[in-house]
Design a protein around this ligand. Structure first.
Ligand code: NI
Length: 173
C-alpha cells in the first residue's frame, strides 16, 4: 500500500468525469488499498479515486470513526437507484477542499448499486451519515465538489482562500 497525494481545489483534474471500471482485479484492488491508506492517513471518512488523480469510478469510505475497529467500504461503479425526497443537513468538508466547511442539504436516504472489493454486485440502503457521504463521494465522480452547492460569492471566497494557502505552501519548503 502507498499513500498518494490528494489533489485540492482549484485543480482542474478534480472536475473530470470518472470512467466506469471494466473489471475488478488485482490492479484495481491495489488502487483501492492505496486509496484507503491515503484516506486514513488524511483522517477523512471518504475518498474518490479522482482525488488522487485517477479518473475511475471508485470510492472508499469508513464512517466507523473508531481507530481500533475499522470498517472500510469499497464502491466500484456505484449507481444511485432511489433518493428520498426528504433532505437532511450535515456540515461537510472535503479532503480536496482543506479546512473549509459548509452546511449542505442532501436527500436523507438513497439506494445504491455497486460492485464491492471483489467485483461482486451489491445493493445498499443508506441513511444518515452514510447516505450523505456516499452522495458527496459520488459527486466527485461527476467532477462536482460540495462548494458547488454554495452561492457564487461563498464559493469564490473559498477558492480564493485555498489559492492563497497554496502560495504560502510553495514558499515554506
Ligand atoms: Ni470530498
Amino acid at each position: 500500500m502507498a499513500i498518494r497525494t490528494i489533489l485540492t481545489e482549484p485543480n482542474p483534474i478534480l472536475r473530470q468525469i470518472s470512467k466506469p471500471l471494466e473489471k475488478v482485479e488485482k490492479d484495481q484492488q491495489k488502487l483501492m488499498d492505496d486509496m484507503l491508506e491515503t484516506m486514513y492517513h488524511a483522517r477523512g471518512i471518504g475518498l474518490a479515486a479522482i482525488q488522487i488523480g485517477v479518473p475511475l469510478r471508485i470510492i472508499v469510505m469508513d464512517i466507523s470513526k473508531e481507530e481500533n475497529n475499522k470498517e472500510p467500504m469499497f464502491f466500484v461503479n456505484p449507481v444511485i437507484q432511489k433518493k428520498n425526497l426528504n433532505f437532511s443537513t450535515y456540515e461537510e468538508g472535503c479532503l480536496s477542499v482543506p479546512n473549509q466547511f459548509a452546511e449542505i442539504d442532501r436527500p436523507s436516504t438513497c439506494e445504491v448499486e455497486y460492485l464491492d472489493y471483489y467485483g461482486n454486485k451489491k445493493k445498499i440502503k443508506a441513511e444518515g451519515l452514510l447516505a450523505t457521504c456516499i452522495q458527496h463521494e459520488m459527486d466527485h465522480l461527476e467532477g462536482i465538489l460540495f462548494i458547488d452547492y454554495l452561492s457564487k460569492l461563498k464559493k469564490s471566497m473559498i477558492i480564493k482562500k485555498l489559492s492563497k494557502q497554496k502560495k504560502i505552501d510553495r514558499i515554506v519548503v
